[in-house]
Design a protein around this ligand. Structure first.
Ligand code: ADP
Length: 227
């Protein structure tokens, strides 16, 4: 588990056996990366139990989806680049206003990025797109990984579902990341979907009603009240 690695690197640093500054820095980088993984793991388990019991509470406010994606990506970039990925952020228009719980959407994007990382082998290339399309705010995560066979593509969003092949089973996972991500996106009135990426790999996209669209029914309701 990530905790095991964090503890191991912390102990090595504490014991002072490693004196090479480059190595010491690398241990620290790995500890930071592994803490990120641990946070995601814990958050997913907490989210899962809260969502299961209908206890998850969202703090919704108007936010810019493009800025949110940029923030997440800049935080994840060092770890991904350390793992040999080329990471591209490709914002279309800005801002892309949505009503959202920012932490929850960060968790969604974090889970998708983590999968892009886990299920990539030799072609290590991740692109994140964000913007507005057809009146909806969206983000997409594209990788050049192992992809998902059509017979599995609809099942991967189920709880505890993992594609049963040698490549997937080599990678650690709980089978919860995508089911939680989809639940969160749907709780925001949006949809999370998968499609094969042209040229190989996967493309996961989340699309949400824009904040303007969300505001419309409220205005109408207020109008009805006074009528
Ligand atoms: P986990 O990654 O913990 O197994 P997820 O719910 O995040 O759980 O994903 C479910 C399954 O979908 C994974 O086990 C994997 O088989 C497949 N999968 C998810 N994302 C990708 C991806 N980017 N590329 C290839 N396969 C993926």
């Amino acid at each position: 588990t990530p905790l095991t690695s964090i503890r191991m690197f912390a102990e090595m640093l504490r014991d002072g056996r490693q004196t090479d500054p480059v190595r010491r820095q690398r241990y620290l980088d790995l500890m930071v990366a592994e803490s990120g993984r641990l946070t995601r793991l814990v958050n997913n388990v907490l989210d899962f139990s809260q969502l299961e019991q209908g206890r998850k509470r969202y703090t919704m406010r108007e936010t810019d989806l493009v800025g949110l994606c940029r923030g997440v990506l800049e935080a994840e970039r060092p770890r991904l680049e350390l793992a040999g990925f080329a990471v591209t952020f490709s914002p279309a228009v800005e801002p892309a206003p949505v009503f959202a719980d920012e932490d929850a959407l960060r968790q969604v994007l974090g889970n998708l990025l983590s999968n892009a990382e886990k299920y990539s082998t030799d072609r290590r290339d991740i692109v994140v797109e964000a913007g507005m399309a057809g009146g909806r705010a969206f983000f997409r995560v594209l990788d050049r990984g192992i992809g998902i066979a059509p017979e599995h593509a609809t099942r991967i969003f189920r709880e505890f579902y993992r594609v049963d092949d040698t490549l997937t089973t080599r990678v650690k996972g709980t089978g919860l990341g995508l089911s939680i991500a989809r639940r969160i996106v749907r709780d925001h009135g949006g949809e999370l979907s998968y499609e094969p990426r042209e040229g190989g790999g996967s493309a996961f996209g989340a699309a949400f009603p824009s904040a303007a669209e969300r505001a419309k029914p409220q205005r109408r309701r207020r109008g009805e009240d006074t009528a």
